[in-house]
Design a protein around this ligand. Structure first.
Ligand code: KIV
Ligand code: ZN
Length: 392
């Protein structure tokens, strides 16, 4: 793997599926896993095999059919979890066990009623045990975002010594600011013995709306894997959105960080996940929302019609959206109306447009959005219609 390559670890089927009401059956998971593999993700976290027989079966079936990506199963640092994950992954071409434990003071004190030293031993034992089943073992330090950096570095060192190939640094509660998360990754890069033997991974939650920014700071500071979900779905306010981090890296080539993602598939897979899970994507969602390439104010529409790049930094085709939309509302200008009218067969002169536009505004003040059938009606009831008709 070149040093500019960022691995995309998709956890839609594990962290994403933890969302209340988003449960998928094995068939649905297989369809999504297949699309993720086609999309070019490097790792698919297929589930948490010990959590239920259904999840075990899903991981097992996904492991059998995925052609390119590594298939990963989650476990706690519990022997039985690890063993069951290994069983579910038996048929995978490239299996990975993802095991770990909480490392923040709050997790150690309240969840485990334990001590830093005990947790350190526990982490190393879990990695060693996972390593007895598979070569590729990822270790997560849960709540790393609120874990003291010095202690976190010791945990990472112990995990590497025990054989971890990837170190996941989750901001489990979405608490970190981007510069703090970036500094954490940099600190680990500079202070963990043997760090070159492992890949650092960002796993950021979105409680403060910072998941994407934190993941990007993470890779700028040396992480080479991002854990993310389609549409950013996941626990509480969600995970890092795959489509966002991928497009940020693509649109900022000077960062010299690439992914293997076929970006033209992003819109389609977003719709697939949204439909399968019955979870609606907000219209203003970056990259894949219904309004991500829609322009409704007159000033913007005029610019986009003249040159798309005036108000768009992404070519919609690059993410699988056919074209930008010029939405007609009472805030739209003449340029937008003429553009949409032309699309449905009316080539208006300047004078004709003046009259049609006045009628359009009166209509648009009564109706939120003007559709093609409304444009027909507005034009056909205008005084200039006879003239327009004879020329079209
Ligand atoms: O958010 C988190 O800490 C997790 C771990 C289980 C990796 O999802
Ligand atoms: Zn998570």
């Amino acid at each position: 793997m070149s040093n500019s390559q960022v691995q995309i670890f998709d956890t839609t089927l594990r962290d994403g599926e933890q969302v209340p009401g988003c449960k998928l059956n094995t068939e649905q998971k297989l369809v999504i896993a297949h699309q993720l593999d086609e999309l070019g993700v490097d790792i698919i976290e297929a589930g948490f095999p010990v959590s239920s027989p259904g999840d075990f079966k899903s991981v097992e079936e996904i492991a059998k059919v995925v052609k390119h990506a590594t298939v990963c199963g989650l476990s706690r640092s519990v022997k039985n979890d690890i063993k069951v994950a290994a069983e579910a992954l038996q048929k995978a071409k490239n299996p990975r066990i993802h095991t770990g434990i909480g490392t923040s003071d709050s997790h150690i004190k309240y969840k485990f009623k334990s001590s830093q030293e005990k947790i350190l031993e526990w982490a190393a034992e879990a990695v060693k045990y996972a390593k007895s089943f598979v070569e590729d073992v990822e270790f997560y330090a849960e709540d790393a975002g609120r874990t003291d950096n010095e202690y976190l570095a010791r945990v990472c060192e112990a995990a590497i010594k025990a054989g971890a190939t990837v170190l996941n640094i989750p901001d489990t509660t979405g608490y970190c600011l981007p510069h703090e998360y970036g500094e954490k990754i940099k600190y680990l890069k500079e202070n963990v013995k043997g760090i070159d033997k492992a890949i650092l991974s960002c796993h950021c939650h979105n409680d403060l709306g910072l998941a994407t920014a934190n993941s990007i700071e993470g890779v700028i500071n040396g992480a080479r894997q991002i854990e993310c979900t389609i549409n950013g779905i996941g626990e509480r306010a969600g995970n890092t959105a795959l489509e966002e981090v991928v497009m940020i890296l693509k649109q900022h080539p000077y960062l010299k960080l690439d992914t293997n993602i076929k970006t033209e598939m992003l819109y389609g897979i977003s719709q697939l996940v949204s439909d399968s899970m019955g979870i609606y994507t907000q219209p203003n969602k970056a990259i894949v929302g219904a309004n991500a390439f829609a322009h409704s104010s007159g000033i913007h529409q005029d610019g986009v019609i003249k040159k798309r790049e005036t108000y768009e930094i992404i070519n919609p085709k690059d993410v699988g959206v056919t074209e930008s939309a010029i939405v007609l509302t009472a805030r739209s200008g003449r340029a937008a109306l003429a553009y949409r009218a032309k699309k449905i067969g009316y080539d208006l002169t300047k004078l004709q447009l003046d009259e049609v536009y006045a009628n359009f505004l009166a209509y648009a003040d009564r109706k939120k959005e003007i559709e093609d059938n409304d444009i027909h009606e507005i034009i056909e009831t205008s005084k200039v219609y006879k003239e327009i008709e004879s020329h079209s």
